[in-house]
Design a protein around this ligand. Structure first.
Ligand code: HEM
Length: 496
């Protein structure tokens, strides 16, 4: 038995070596001789492809992925090749290259996701598509998340924030957990308006949380596995969404929220643009895109403010002034007030930069493409590295320092892309920022908090968040007179 095992291992290793030699020589031929391009010989970018099939996946996952990307950039420059997760890739760490792929030549690079993820979210969700279908859905989603819609949503966002903080009062809770609940509630109100009954909400929440648990698991359809359970829960989610659509149709009230916009959209011939299946895929897609992203950034904001008492004091002063105008917090926030939070807005931008929770995105070259004399072969994955750009000292001096004042001046074009860029850039960015502004307002004017345990380690869920989701004890400040507004009229005077 042991001999058989050793022979089997030897055979596997030999096959792997032969394939590697074959693969490497093919790559060398491609890299050296290059592809003819108007008599020019194009080379592949510098870099290393690692082991056959495995590539450099183990190196990527055996360390902080950001260290992997940063060390590659240091060694090879702003464009380099590697092989991860079974795919040859070109990574791009310069603003111009990111713009080339996401904006200028976006038609040459299509979005690409593993089939298992597409199946889990729904293949008709907009982020898997390009061209006309993508543009039409995107217009609808952007409309439902535009400035007028945000203005109308403000009271609901404020109510969700107040309820989240009230249920945290006096307890130690994982900040990430609390923020996930908040961003889910805001996602629900954005999609379904304020009208969804509690039973439906609970059904959506329960099934969505099972889908989430299976999303990053190994795609194995055997009963009992996380993936299998997630696919079942996804089916139930789809069922609930179809029932909600039927109920709305029966009442002849499709609604003006995101669901209503998608249900009522018409094609050029006047027929419904989307089937119920396509609407459901897009609703699940938006819920998915909205939740963990926003929750991760909110968690980092709580940490950054906690870690910098002087900055917190200045932010508090900005909000105490607003609270005073609002009759000591008895009146709701107005839209104009959310637009006036200058320092807080900079804190949000700096948190987005520092945390860079979406470190990179994936595209796939649909043809051989030349970029700065290098060949990006058709079928290769292309990854603009947002985090590397956000942490490059040429664009953001002293990049590891949390310094909101750097945003007094607008960043250089294409150097700040927390919400992506081009045709697939995030349509939910204003909603995410509104949640952050409102959360910060109520947090700093009504509460104090302390981090429990160490918060310097990072975990990936899959976005980076402080370890254990940042456990925090939060309590209501009884005497809000302790929170002084700034008398000089300039909150930044508080920061020395
Ligand atoms: C801080 C929170 C958020 C961050 C950092 C973020 C980031 C991003 C990024 C980087 C992309 C582009 C991905 C790519 O180019 O491959 C994206 C796309 C997207 N985001 Fe967000 N997002 C956030 C919140 C939201 C919210 C609240 C919503 C919806 C309510 C949302 C909905 C979407 C959708 C639908 C797309 C796909 C757009 C398309 O393919 O055309 N996101 N997001």
């Amino acid at each position: 038995m042991a001999v058989f095992f050793v022979l089997a291992v030897c055979a596997l290793v030999s096959v792997a070596l032969v394939s590697y030699v074959h693969y490497a020589s093919r790559q060398r031929r491609k890299g050296q001789a290059g592809y003819g391009h108007e008599q020019e010989v194009l080379k592949l970018p510098p870099g290393s492809m690692g082991w056959p099939y495995l590539g450099e996946t183990l190196q990527l996952y055996s360390q902080d992925p950001n260290v992997f990307f940063a060390s590659k950039q240091k060694r090879y420059g702003e464009i380099f090749k590697t092989h991860i997760l079974g795919c040859p890739c070109v990574m791009l760490a310069s603003p111009e290259a990111a713009r080339f792929v996401l904006v200028k030549q976006a038609n040459l690079f299509k979005p690409t996701y593993p089939r298992s993820k597409e199946r889990m979210i729904g293949p008709s969700a907009l982020f898997f598509h390009q061209g006309d279908y993508h543009l039409r859905i995107r217009k609808l989603v952007q409309g439902a998340l535009g400035p007028d819609a945000m203005r109308a949503l403000l009271p609901d966002v404020e109510a969700a924030v107040q309820s989240t903080l009230a249920s945290w009062d006096g307890r130690v809770t994982s900040t990430f957990h609390a923020m996930k609940k908040l961003s889910f509630d805001v996602g629900i109100v954005t999609i379904f308006g304020g009208h969804l009954d509690e039973r439906r909400k609970a059904e959506l929440r329960m099934n969505y949380s099972i889908v989430e648990k299976g999303y990053n698991s190994f795609p194995n359809s055997l009963p009992g596995t996380l993936y299998y359970k997630a696919i079942q829960a996804r089916r139930r989610l789809h069922g609930v969404l179809c029932e909600i659509m039927q109920e709305r149709r029966a009442r002849c009230e499709p609604g003006t929220d995101l669901l209503g916009c998608l249900m009522q959209a018409q094609g050029d011939d006047g027929a419904p643009l989307l089937t119920d299946e396509q609407v459901a895929d897009n609703i699940i897609g938006v819920l998915f895109a909205a939740q963990d992203t926003t929750a991760s950034v909110l968690t980092w904001i709580v940490k950054y403010l906690h870690d910098q008492p002087k900055l917190l004091e200045a932010v508090r002063a900005e909000h105490a002034a607003i609270r005073e105008t609002n009759d000591g917090g008895r009146l709701p926030l107005t839209w104009a007030q959310t637009r006036s939070m200058v320092l807080t807005h900079r804190v949000i931008l700096e948190s987005l930069r520092m945390a860079s929770i979406i470190s990179f995105t994936f595209r796939e070259a649909v043809a051989d493409v030349e970029y700065k004399g290098f060949l990006i072969p058709k079928g290769w994955k292309v990854m603009p590295l947002f985090r590397n750009i956000h942490h490059n000292p040429d664009y953001f001096p002293d990049p590891q320092k949390f310094d909101p004042s750097r945003f007094k001046v607008a960043p250089r074009p294409n150097t700040f892309m927390p919400f992506g860029n081009g045709v697939h850039a995030c349509p939910g960015n204003e909603l995410a920022k509104l949640e952050m502004l409102v959360l910060i307002h109520h947090l700093v004017t009504g509460y104090r908090w302390e981090v429990v345990g160490s918060s310097d380690e990072v975990e990936y869920s899959p976005f980076p968040v402080p370890k254990h989701g940042l456990p925090v004890k939060l309590w209501r400040e009884k005497n809000t007179m302790n929170f002084k507004s700034c008398e000089t009229g300039n909150v930044e005077d508080i920061i020395v």
